[in-house]
Unconditional design. Structure first.
Length: 66
């Protein structure tokens, strides 16, 4: 039974880390005026592409980056 509890702990930790990392591209895209939720879901499915796209999309927020 202890083995099952240990496995559950590791899976829970992995899911928490996966969700936390998925916020990175979503926040980058949101700062540029794009959908936070859309990029968050995209990042959950395919993180590397979401991160690249988030940094490459055009800034629609209207603020000029220095």
């Amino acid at each position: 039974m202890a083995v099952l509890a240990g496995g559950f702990l590791w899976w829970t930790l992995a899911v928490i880390i996966w969700l936390a990392i998925a916020f990175w591209p979503a926040r980058v895209a949101a700062r540029k005026g794009h959908s936070f939720f859309g990029y968050f879901v995209f990042s959950l499915i395919f993180f590397p592409a979401a991160l690249i796209v988030a940094y490459m999309v055009q800034d629609r927020s209207g603020s000029l980056a220095a």
